[in-house]
Write a protein that binds this ligand. Structure first.
Ligand code: SAH
Length: 329
């Protein structure tokens, strides 16, 4: 018998080590090169706002095929060579197979299993669809209290627990989730921000406000599947609880803002138009269609969100609202 979070950790480690995840799902950087390019430019502007520290670690957590970082580095090299010369790439990746894929497209990087081993100092950290892959716990309301969900032989088992993961009254049988691993990651980011200037950008999906419900999802060969069957054969994810992350951090929080709004503010469509102009009509149409998928509310524009953490003295971060506009109420 295994608690859900340890089951999920083991299943995903096996999954990412043995499968090509991108046969099962598509992520923003795999949909359009403009995604990584725009996040590269976000990093470059953020670097200037941090006071252009040199050297600086450009860290990515869960880089997948390395596409986001490769696109970001290309854009940075063109737009801000000083930043390109100052940055050192650090990749947090546990899958040997994905590390190989990353090494094929990123020339100069250092790999880590965890954030802890990235050297202290100024940093910019990017993470797209990383937190949603981290293990969660689930609790079920039973009678006056709560039980926790464990897994045995592909089935749920409920065990007593002392936690009260949700304080408001909820109906019998309600499921509530807690992303302890994501919260632990946030605490590590906080420690880093206490020691050096830096900024962290999470792009992930989930509701803006915490809500009860079971968001555990398995994709096997691109099709929703039973999360408990054949561990390691499917990608397991859960919604990111943005409100819980905001509450857990001691850093200054920016957002969350919907991905579509964030990318549009950073010039996604201008970048895409310029890219499209260099291509024949059919390809230009495909480029614009891909970009719309990233940004439109019925694509990934609304459910996906951007959330950034910085030190308290960093008030402005590109892509996030900075209070009322001049002339406003
Ligand atoms: N950011 C990429 C990939 C998302 S898939 C993209 O947008 O395409 C999730 C990524 O996180 C994979 O690279 C996976 O191997 C990595 N990952 C999952 N759990 C991890 C963990 N606990 N520690 C480090 N990396 C992890």
């Amino acid at each position: 018998m295994e608690r859900l979070d340890s089951f999920m950790a083991r299943a995903n480690a096996a999954y990412y080590a043995t499968r090509d995840p991108f046969a099962d799902f598509t992520t923003s950087p795999e949909i359009s090169q403009t995604f990584g390019e725009v996040l590269g430019l976000w990093s470059a502007v953020t670097w200037t706002l941090l006071g252009r520290p040199s050297p600086i670690a450009l860290v990515e957590a869960g880089p997948g095929r390395g596409t986001l970082m490769a696109d970001a580095l290309r854009a940075i090299g063109r737009a801000m060579p000083d930043f390109a010369a100052s940055l050192r790439v650090h990749l947090i990746e546990t899958s040997p197979r994905l590390r190989d894929a990353q090494a094929r497209v990123i020339r100069d990087a250092t790999w880590h299993d965890r954030l802890d081993t990235v050297p202290d100092g100024p940093f910019i950290l990017l993470a797209n669809e990383f937190l949603d892959a981290l293990p969660i716990r689930q609790f079920v309301k039973r009678g006056d209290g709560w039980v926790e969900r464990w897994v045995m032989d592909g089935a749920w088992v409920e065990r007593a627990c002392d936690d009260a993961p949700w304080l408001a009254p909820v109906p019998e049988g309600t499921i509530v989730e807690r992303g302890d691993a994501a919260l632990a990651f946030v605490r590590q980011v906080d420690r880093r921000l206490a020691n050096a200037p830096g900024a962290t950008l999470f792009m992930d999906y989930g509701p803006e406000h915490s809500a009860p419900g079971d968001s555990l999802q398995a994709l096997r060969s691109g099709v929703p599947a039973d999360p408990l069957a054949e561990p390691g054969s499917a990608d397991l994810t859960a919604h990111v609880d943005f409100a819980a992350l905001k509450q857990a951090t001691e850093a200054r929080v920016h957002g969350p803002v919907p991905q579509g709004m964030f990318l549009a503010r950073l010039g996604l469509f201008q970048r895409a138009n310029r890219l499209a102009q260099g291509h024949p009509p059919a390809e230009a149409t495909a480029i614009m269609r891909a970009v719309r998928r990233l940004a439109e509310p019925d694509g990934m524009g609304r459910l996906f969100k951007a959330l950034a953490f910085t030190r308290d003295d960093m008030v402005e971060v590109p892509g996030f609202d900075v209070g009322p506009l001049p002339g406003g109420p």
